[in-house]
Design a binder for this molecule. Structure first.
Ligand code: NDP
Length: 331
């Protein structure tokens, strides 16, 4: 049996080079092929969604398109015995919301290989508070731990600390006992970053460009969400044998550095991708957030919006004015 039902989606259309998003009625028959049809109750807002919604062809090639790289909800039709109807699932990354219609619609149809069964005791809204941003923060922290990072080694820096990835990294690292230095361009967020667990909040000038190839070592380890020139400076300030998890590029994709932090201090630069990694690697981090990695403060402060508020919220992302976690509630 194939379910044919109408649903609402926040869809982006191209009109003479301008990209305009708005509510539309679609039919599940309009969705791409896939093993699993999911009724989406919640999605999460990410920088990449803002890029897709503004017509960035590096993210989405063909319009009209429904963005939303994250989705959580319930399987309503499935060709896969391990994901029966009624199973609650999380879908993040792969092609969801890029060139496959995503979580800003009430239904998605995706391959079973993209679906993670909801950890027990968890629900779709909580999962989407974390979303891809939280998952990425978790993967960044996991990589530092895998490299042997320990609280007694010293301070851990988090750049872009007020952002969606950065704020979860701050809370999680602090929860795990690390002494977290939040590096943020928003002085107005100093108190909220301390409330998340940062012991110190410093401005972006702490990573101002400097011609010297190495600087005084300040941080034992770091999570970098901004890339570009601040990451190059951060690498110079990491102690011997320290590690930096690198996941973002809001300060630019270019990285101009020397080999000196690597060959004189043994610093490790660790790439973090949350999109194409094996499903099991994602599931392991979700299970942790659903248990001993739960970031209660992030969960308590998340904001819910409806589809009508998406346009404004996505534009705030592009202007760098977004903070905290935003959940899209379809219910
Ligand atoms: P946000 O926009 O929520 O946060 C980014 C933060 O970076 C801002 O809040 C701001 O924090 C800081 N920032 C913004 N502009 C600049 C700038 N020009 N120079 C220095 N700092 C700046 O984005 P997310 O947290 O969702 O994502 C962060 C990055 O991670 C993005 O590049 C995103 O594409 C990437 N990402 C990568 C993933 C992966 O799989 N590798 C997955 C998810 C995201 P403050 O004011 O506190 O300094």
């Amino acid at each position: 049996m194939t379910i044919n039902t109408e649903f609402q989606a926040w869809r982006v259309q191209e009109n003479d080079g301008a990209y305009v998003g708005g509510e539309m009625t679609l039919n599940t028959a309009d969705l791409p092929e896939g093993d699993v049809l999911i009724r989406v109750s919640h999605s999460s807002l990410n920088y990449k969604d803002a890029l897709s919604a503004s017509g960035n062809k590096g993210v989405t090639r063909v319009f009209p398109h429904t963005p939303g790289i994250d989705a959580a909800g319930e399987v309503v039709e499935s060709a896969n015995a391990t994901l029966p109807a009624g199973q609650a699932v999380i879908v993040t990354g792969y092609d969801l919301g890029m060139n496959t219609d995503g979580g800003f619609g009430e239904y998605i149809r995706v391959p079973a290989s993209w679906c993670i069964p909801m950890p027990s005791g968890w629900n779709a809204r909580t999962a989407m508070i974390y979303g891809t941003a939280g998952l990425t923060a978790g993967l960044c922290v996991q990589k530092l731990l895998t490299m042997g990072a320990k609280p007694e080694q010293g301070k851990v820096a988090v750049t872009g600390a007020s952002g969606a990835v950065g704020s979860v990294a701050v809370e999680l690292l602090s929860k795990l006992g690390f002494d977290v230095v939040a590096i943020s361009g928003k002085a107005s967020h100093a108190e909220s970053l301390k409330a998340l667990g940062a012991s110190e909040v410093v401005g972006r000038e702490a990573l101002a460009e400097d011609k010297k190839p190495l600087a005084k070592p300040v941080y034992a380890n770091a999570v970098d969400t901004v890339g570009g020139a601040p990451l190059a400076e951060l690498l110079k300030q990491v102690q011997h044998s320290g590690s930096v998890s690198c996941c973002g590029l809001v300060a630019g994709p270019a990285l101009q550095t020397t080999v000196l932090p690597f060959i004189l201090r043994g610093v490790n630069l660790l790439g973090v991708d949350s999109v194409e990694i094996p499903l099991e690697a994602k599931a392991a981090v979700w299970e942790k957030f659903a248990s001993d990695w739960a970031c209660e403060k992030t969960e308590a402060s998340a904001k819910d919006i409806g589809r009508a508020e998406l346009d404004r919220a996505l534009k705030a992302f592009l202007k760098g004015e977004s903070s905290g976690k935003i959940v899209l509630d379809h219910t």
